[in-house]
Design a binder for this molecule. Structure first.
Ligand code: NAD
Length: 433
């Protein structure tokens, strides 16, 4: 099963879901940055940055969440992506509130500035590498954000986003993470039970994200090398962070959540390319296996792969304890406290839930800041990649303080900037920096 981006058809079918029972602590105090009109029933102006599959879905979710939301600006490096998303959204059941004037379709790598200026809430749904730059620009401009995962591709990027999230807290700005499982009621109920001791003392953890291949958008003769990489960003580590962070992050995040947001202190890993050998797949690996270790000595056995044609796939997250075991993804517990989630007939679309919560809280003048766990889970994934790429044992602190900055300077990037030549990491040769 893949839980990757909902298709356009999915977002068109999606409906506004009831709020989940999230324990989200509002930040106490005055709310100077909340414009008065956002509370109560006035219009909330939303801007979308990154008009791909997830961005289109997120914009739909935002519009479906609250009848006072209007989509007023969209931005994408590529005009064809922006126009295609706009057309789909206009044709959807929330199309009447798609109020994007022609001069509010922002394209190119500077387009983010226009989207941010026009919006109260910005949906950050681009390729991961740009998240630190875009998030900081939003916070500096006093805008609320929905922030897709992963939030960075390297240690400096995670540190930058941590700082932005601290700034957001000071300014009472929303930072809602796209780690969507945390907003799904059935996951919340499963995790709550694990946290309350349903499986007893936790002895071991395992998570797996084994899927098939993903899209490749080809190459056109008129594209520069930068345009080619941006359009096929999944396959370039400097843009995507590699699939252990881009996709398997969901599994790692669920495990960390079950562990009450205590994160592992170190990791050893291996990985490589066994299926995706064509040079068109850039420099990312197609499989990772990692053993994460907590301060207590508790271990997580984590594996993920993207192998087209492999006959068996699996997405599951296991917690093994003294009283039983749980599979978070299946919402089931076995043993002394056996339990299985039962469908109560209420909508529970995690993508919709996160927007329902975001706008409901905004209306009440309450703030959500998911900054810490979205940074920690991104770092957990990145440290696994660093361990696999180098063959070394990587600590959480070393990963966080890493000086390795992937890719060119994004603030001055153009489609003519030469991107890094793809070099597949070789454990034992590739160095940790
Ligand atoms: N939470 C989830 O379950 C989930 C599911 C799918 C994707 N995602 C995440 O959402 C993000 C987007 O994924 P997607 O599947 O929509 O990819 P996509 O390629 O379909 O869309 C990304 C869009 O961003 C645009 N873009 C890239 N850099 C940009 C920039 N600097 N400025 C403006 N636009 C830019 C691209 O042109 C593209 O249209 C990724 O971080 C991905 O990991 C999350």
């Amino acid at each position: 099963m893949s839980i990757h981006s909902p298709t356009r058809r999915d977002f068109l079918k999606s409906s506004s879901a009831a709020l989940g029972g999230l324990a989200l602590a509002p930040v106490a105090g005055a709310l100077p940055s909340l414009a008065v009109h956002q509370q109560g029933s006035g219009t909330i102006k939303v801007g979308l940055l990154g008009c791909g599959g997830r961005g289109s879905g997120a914009a739909f979710n935002a519009l479906a969440a609250d009848p006072g939301v209007e989509l007023v600006a969209i931005g994408d490096v590529f005009r064809d992506h922006a126009e295609s998303a706009l057309k789909s959204l206009q044709a959807s059941e929330v199309g009447a509130r798609v109020k994007v004037a022609p001069d509010h379709v922002f394209t190119g790598l500077e387009g983010y500035k226009g989207v941010i200026a026009a919006s109260d809430v910005v949906l950050l749904c681009t390729t991961p590498a740009f998240r630190p730059l875009h998030l900081r620009a939003c916070i500096e401009a006093g805008k609320h954000t929905f922030v897709e995962k992963p939030i960075a591709v390297d240690g400096p990027g995670v540190r930058h986003v941590l700082e932005s999230c601290r700034m957001a807290k000071q300014k009472n700005l929303m930072v809602v993470s796209g780690l969507c499982y945390r907003y799904e009621r059935k996951k919340q109920q499963t995790i709550q039970r694990i946290q309350d001791g349903a499986v007893g003392e936790v002895h071991a953890l395992q998570c797996t994200y084994n899927t098939g291949g993903l899209w490749h958008r080809g190459r056109q003769p008129n594209w520069t090398e930068m345009e080619y990489q941006l359009r096929n960003w999944l396959y370039f580590t400097w843009l995507s962070a590699d699939h252990g962070a881009e996709q398997h992050i969901h599994s790692l995040d669920k495990i960390a959540w079950a562990m009450k947001d205590e994160y592992p202190v170190k990791v050893v890993a291996s990985g490589g390319r066994a299926n995706r050998l064509d040079p068109k797949y850039g420099d990312v690996y197609d499989h990772f296996n990692a053993v994460y270790e907590w301060k207590s000595g508790l271990r997580l056995f984590s594996s993920c792969r993207q192998w087209a044609g492999a006959p068996s796939n699996d997405v599951s997250d296991w917690v093994f304890g003294s009283k039983g075991k749980a599979n978070i993804q299946a919402h089931q517990i076995w043993g002394e406290n056996a339990w299985r989630w039962k469908d109560d007939g209420q909508p529970d679309d995690m993508y919709q839930n996160e927007h329902d919560v975001l706008f409901a809280k905004l209306r009440k003048g309450e703030i959500i800041n998911n900054g810490q766990y979205m940074c920690d889970s991104t770092l957990m994934a990145i440290m696994g990649r660093m361990a696999a790429y180098t063959g070394g044992e990587i600590s959480y602190d070393a990963a966080l303080n890493s000086q390795e900055k992937l890719g060119p300077d994004l603030a001055t990037l153009t489609l003519d900037t030469p991107p890094p030549a793809p070099v597949v990491a070789v454990p034992g040769v590739t160095k940790f920096t």
